[in-house]
Design a protein around this ligand. Structure first.
Ligand SMILES: [Zn+2]
Ligand SMILES: [Zn+2]
Length: 370
């Protein structure tokens, strides 16, 4: 085995280089030697491992101190593993650096991904009138938020998080299984790389506390039943300062028996008697702003419609309003007075319509049918 090179020399920095200088130097080398760009170059891979090992030691103040005093044996002698078995191992150790370095290129497995807070779901019930106007609704939320006492670290005030000895702060541990090296989440720190010796009391070391709060949700006019609003950052906080989850608000619009909704259009049914349809009439129809009058033309047929422009719901994407469409239906009476029956028979007789004679059936006609 060849002599190990000096770590500072490997990275090309002075012995007094600070953290950002080290990072810069390592990033530069990593970019140059990255295996995605040197797929079959064995030498580049070895240099990549060498640079990664150097950076692993020098970027850690404790290991760097040991290295400065005792050389290569320093970090190793005190129980810190150093060196990398394979390239995947490097990515898992420095995932965050590669994340912003190669983020745009993508394609890295492993890496210590910051856990994101859980998403939450809640439900809001709306009436059609609220859909029409848009509304602000208060929802009750029970969610975990960052503990104020410890700022989310989970460590009691005055203490702090300490590097996990099990995994050396990587959050991942390697096991040998036959010929394979298997990488798993560190069981001691659960992947966080640090542990709490003295837990913060209010959050019991989790860094999160449960909070109950009311949240105003602005619901735009025109939303559909079953739609979902996403409020980013209104879900649960993440342990260790990761991104907060989202709140999904599912919208339920109560059915209104007067209307059938089709997007922004509303359909309603208006009943007419035969004389109204035949002779024309002004009748009332429901709308979201109260009753409106419909002018029914003489000779209107069952199933004809009258469209009231702009009397529907606002369109969600901003422009315009739907229509209210009145479907006219003809109602045949099941009961009527003697006078009405007499008039009807006279009408039929005048038009020559053949109808059932009165003697047998008139009693039947007067009875209210179910
Ligand atoms: Zn706390
Ligand atoms: Zn650990």
């Amino acid at each position: 085995m060849s002599e190990k090179r000096d770590y500072y020399e490997v990275l090309g920095v002075g012995r007094d280089a600070d953290a950002s200088e080290l990072k810069r130097a390592y990033r530069k080398l990593a970019l140059e030697l990255h295996p995605d760009r040197n797929s079959s170059d064995k030498e580049a891979e070895e240099r990549f491992k060498e640079a990664s090992e150097a950076y692993q030691v020098l970027s850690d103040p404790e290991k760097r101190g040991l290295y400065d005093r005792f050389g290569h044996e320093g970090p190793r002698g005190s129980g810190f593993g150093s060196g990398f078995a394979n390239v995947g191992d490097i990515f898992s150790a420095f995932g965050d650096i590669f994340g912003d370095l190669f983020g745009g290129l993508g394609g890295f497995g492993g890496g210590r991904a910051q856990a994101r807070g859980a998403d939450l779901e809640t439900r809001v019930d709306l009436t059609l009138a609220e859909v029409s106007s848009g509304v602000s609704k208060e929802v009750k939320l029970r969610r975990r938020i960052t503990c104020k006492d410890c700022g989310g670290s989970g460590a009691a005030v005055g203490s702090g998080r300490e590097r996990c000895q099990q995994c050396g702060g990587h959050g991942q541990v390697m096991h040998r299984q036959g010929f394979l090296m298997i990488q798993t989440v560190c069981p001691i720190c659960r992947g966080e790389g640090t542990i709490v010796r003295k837990p913060c009391e209010p959050c019991q070391g989790s860094g999160l506390v449960t909070s109950e709060e009311g949240l105003r949700v602005n619901i735009p006019a025109g939303v559909e039943d079953g739609a979902t609003l996403r409020l980013s950052g209104r879900g649960e906080a993440a342990p260790g300062g990761g991104q907060t989850g989202h709140l999904y608000v599912s919208l339920h619009v109560a059915a209104d028996p007067r209307f059938d909704r089709d997007g922004a259009d509303l359909h309603t049914v208006v009943s007419l008697s035969f004389p109204q349809a035949a002779l024309g009439a002004t009748v009332k129809a429901p709308s979201l702003d109260g009753e409106v009058e419909l002018n029914v033309a003489p000779g209107t047929q069952p199933g004809e419609t009258i469209v009231l422009r702009g009397k529907g719901l606002p369109r969600l994407q901003g422009r315009g309003t739907g229509d209210l469409i009145a479907h006219l239906r003809l109602v045949v009476p099941k009961t009527f007075s003697i006078e009405q029956e007499a008039a009807l028979r006279a009408y039929a007789g005048a038009g020559g319509d053949q109808v059932e004679p009165p003697n047998e059936r008139s009693g039947f006609w007067r009875k209210k049918r179910k």
